[in-house]
Design a protein around this ligand. Structure first.
Ligand SMILES: Cc1cc2nc3c(=O)[nH]c(=O)nc-3n(C[C@H](O)[C@H](O)[C@H](O)COP(=O)(O)OP(=O)(O)OC[C@H]3O[C@@H](n4cnc5c(N)ncnc54)[C@H](O)[C@@H]3O)c2cc1C
Length: 501
């Protein structure tokens, strides 16, 4: 279909190709084919039902359903991000008594804190881009893609739940679905209502600070608002909550190091990206052009673009007041004049430092790097990509979407040199692949593409050596992104449900 096709045109196309007049249809898949700039079009796959068509029953979809049965077990779940929420929601639906803790505020209060932070630089602990209701991805592009194909039943459950909470139906069929922050704020509030109206309890401003053990069982979660006894404990605290990692490790939870990626964000005029991808600055019926770039040479660190936000904004995403990191978000319409993405290099910290590391040392190394980007305020150290590549300085940075503003700096002296060397090589490669890519800015530290450490647990999240402690989501080191973290949380919940028939 043409990029700006109407519903009538799609009906007409179905009618023409199947030679039928009486039918209903639903879209199963919609993806943009932009391989040939002179013929960019949507590929739309539809399922059609009609008495004029012979044979064939409608395919039966096996849906993940969660049967309710009153159960007397008490669950304390920690963290209202996608993993914690979907874990808690599934357990509540199954009939457990679930209390969900969140160190931050509800999404409305959190939004106000973030707005004040961006205007004044006044950072609010526990209520920022990393912490608060909905988790790290609430103020994001809300991309709902996931690279793993193993979670289709969970993904379908998650998308259906999002749609029930007000997400546009297209997320069920777009190949690159996204919600945008504006939708995410409404959906997060509605999900909370769905959870509490099913009997779930949610406590805000409630930080888990320790656990009480009885042999191999966690007996209680000690929080900033008192002690909560539990039959099962479900931690989904994300990968920014370093003090949570620390108390869990102190209590015998075993973690190991894993590979992760660090780098910076690049920003371009969206029109430049549109022109490079489409051969024109706008295309009716398509919001803004995306890109995904990789450079994996035989020698040297792999470099890739990550979490590209078309028509978006770069945001100050510090979880703690004394660190400075960046991330990206957008609204549903993706209509800001800027495009941004992380450009990161994959790193094995033990190889990089040439010695074995305790997981706690890895966290310290990362924290130190994040602190080194904080120079008294939240402006992002930045240069043009051209200057970064040539080692020069002083070119005008021009406009940026980043609210706290930019601070001219040579990022190659701030990032570990193997990382900045690899990024230079990658950026040269990307400039050959996408015309004009070297004309943007590069800024800040991107250190949150995935967790730096990984818990030892089974595939459902049960921590090694414990009978009732589940550790799920991005902080576990086994998931990354909204959908995969939500699916990991859901799987943990299904495991607890199956232990009770
Ligand atoms: C700005 C930004 C943009 C992003 N964009 C996208 C995107 O477009 N698409 C995508 O797939 N992913 C995106 N991500 C990544 C995505 O948000 C995460 O992968 C996902 O949120 C991880 O889910 P989670 O539930 O495991 O952890 P989190 O979402 O991090 O949730 C953890 C929750 O636990 C709470 N918490 C932490 N410690 C404690 C404690 N001790 N006690 C009580 N509560 C605690 C936190 O406040 C938080 O609410 C983005 C992230 C950011 C920061």
């Amino acid at each position: 279909m043409p990029t700006d096709f109407s519903e009538e045109a799609l009906v007409e196309a179905i009618s023409r190709s199947l030679k039928i007049r009486d039918f209903t249809y639903r879209i199963e898949k919609k993806s943009l084919d932009a391989r040939k700039k002179e013929n960019i079009h949507w590929v739309v796959k539809t399922a059609v039902t009609s008495p004029e068509l012979k044979g064939g029953e409608e395919p039966v979809q096996t849906l993940l359903e969660i049967p309710f049965r009153k159960r007397d077990k008490r669950i304390v779940a920690v963290g209202t991000g996608p993993a914690g929420f979907f874990g808690a929601y599934a357990l509540q639906k199954a009939g457990f008594q679930v209390t969900l803790l969140e160190r931050g505020k509800d999404v409305t209060a959190r939004k106000l804190d973030i707005e004040t932070f961006e205007k004044t630089g006044s950072f609010v602990s526990d209520s920022n881009y990393a912490f608060g209701e909905g988790g790290a991805g609430t103020f994001s592009d809300g991309k709902l893609t996931s690279r793993t194909k193993k979670i289709s039943a969970e993904k379908d459950f998650i998308l259906r739940t999002y749609i029930e909470a007000g997400a546009p139906e297209e997320i069920a069929y777009m190949t690159h679905p996204h919600l945008g922050s504006d939708n995410l704020l409404k959906i997060t509030a509605r999900l909370r209502e769905m959870f509490t109206s099913a009997g779930g309890e949610i406590l805000f401003d409630c930080r888990a600070e320790d656990i009480t053990l009885e042999g191999r069982r966690v007996k209680a979660v000690n929080t900033s608002r008192g002690t909560l006894d539990a039959d099962y404990v479900f931690f989904a605290t994300g990968h920014s909550s370093f003090e949570t990692y620390r108390f869990l490790i102190r209590k015998g939870v075993v973690y190991r190091n894993k590979n992760f990626a660090i780098g910076s964000r690049v920003e371009h005029r969206q029109e430049l990206i549109n022109e490079a991808q489409w051969g024109c600055t706008s295309l009716r019926g398509v919001k803004a052009a995306e890109y995904r770039l990789t450079d994996s040479p035989r020698d040297g660190l792999p470099v890739y673009s990550f979490c590209m936000c078309p028509g978006g904004k770069i945001v100050p995403a510090a979880p703690y007041g004394d660190v400075n990191i960046v991330n990206g978000m957008s609204l549903y319409n993706r209509d800001s004049p800027f495009a941004n993405a992380a450009i990161v290099a994959g790193i094995n910290l033990e190889k990089h430092l040439g010695r074995e590391l305790d997981p706690l040392e890895s966290l310290e190394w990362l924290e130190e790097l994040e602190r080194s980007f904080f120079r008294g305020d939240y402006r992002a150290p930045a240069s043009t990509i051209g200057d970064f590549l040539s080692g020069k300085s002083g070119s005008s940075l021009g406009e940026s979407s980043y609210p706290p503003g930019l601070n001219p700096a040579d990022l190659s002296t701030m990032l570990p040199s193997p990382v900045s060397d690899a990024m230079k090589r990658g950026l040269l490669d990307f400039s050959r692949k996408l015309k004009g890519f070297d004309q943007g800015n590069i800024m800040g530290l991107e250190s949150k593409t995935s967790a730096a450490i990984q818990v030892l647990r089974d595939r459902d999240g049960l921590a090694e050596g414990f009978e009732n402690l589940y550790i799920c989501g991005e902080g576990s080191g086994y998931a990354g992104g909204i959908i995969s973290s939500a699916a990991d949380g859901l799987r943990g919940a299904l495991s607890i449900i199956s232990r009770h028939g």
